[in-house]
Design a binder for this molecule. Sequence first.
Ligand code: NDP
Length: 333
Amino acid sequence: TRQIVLASRPVGLPTKENFRFENIDLSEIKDGEVLLKGLYYSVDPYMRGRMNDAKSYVPPFQLNEPLTGSVVAVVSESKSDSFTTGDYVLASLPWMEKCIVNEKEIHKIDTTIAPASSYLGVLGMTGLTAYLGLMQIGKPKSGETVVVSGAAGAVGIVVGQIAKIQGCRVIGIAGSDKKTNLLTEEFGFDVAVNYKTTDDLTKAIVDACPDGVDIYFDNVGGEISDVVISLMNFHSRIPLCGQIALYNNTGDVTGPRLQPMLLTRSILMQGFIVSDYKSLFPEATKQLSEWVKNGKLKSTETIINGFEQLPDALIGLFSGENEGKMIVQAADT
Ligand code: NDP
């Protein structure tokens, strides 16, 4: 089977040379194990951090070892009492077309609620991140104004819709007209701003938020966040979810010093990792599934075909090639 290993550690934006394809033979499966075929592979911005040799909340990928990530797979052979051939499962798996894992490492998914790929997005890690970051830290109240950066991505597009469900005014910031149109026309955002083409982001946000900003759900950091934070209200909240604008930085991070404003306006800024809220996953998943079922929460995915596209898909996150969740589909069933 084919696998993709980390060939070298990137400096700045990753390139194809940082990845290497290899062919390996799989052993026989043993009792308690299953043979999986990967269908949908998630590529996520946090993987960039794992390509560095640096301590973080997840260990770095090892050189010459396969990268790993969330995968929806189908069981193609089973020596487990809990799984049968044809079951759809979700697991953290190596970037291999096929692999053998212990039954304890995989979870069955229910494809009658939503398509299998949803378990990497709206019903998976990014949906949970959106829901828990917004509800636990943002604590939206009806009538408040919510600004979301990275708004047309997997997390952002869910944040905006949940904020609408909570009765908020929602402004999205994204990197193309196609994305801003999608946000206002298909996903119910009140206003969407293209940060790449606007002459004056400050004015665009001021115009869109006549009552100021009560919640800023930050997916990107950098200059966009400098602008939004400068416009926040007294007692406003900032769920600090991601800083993708800085992930490929090679130097020190610099920018305006906004701390005095956090102080004088009593602003709460809290970073979080979705797994901080593990105990809330069951109830969050239940709520997200309900909204998906009754049509209140929609999702969109950019699905790229072919296992060999995984490196490009990951790199493409940093130039905004995705609308909604970025997924690579390696096989049909
Ligand atoms: P997305 O689907 O949002 O994909 C990334 C998007 O980021 C791109 O489509 C692009 O959209 C935007 N982007 C890329 N580079 C820049 C830049 N320099 N400045 C501004 N925007 C940029 O990814 P996710 O939804 O999976 O993740 C969103 C954020 O949330 C990431 O920062 C990620 O690390 C973080 N995250 C945090 C989690 C947590 O537990 N705290 C869990 C999951 C994600 P555009 O065209 O608009 O530029």
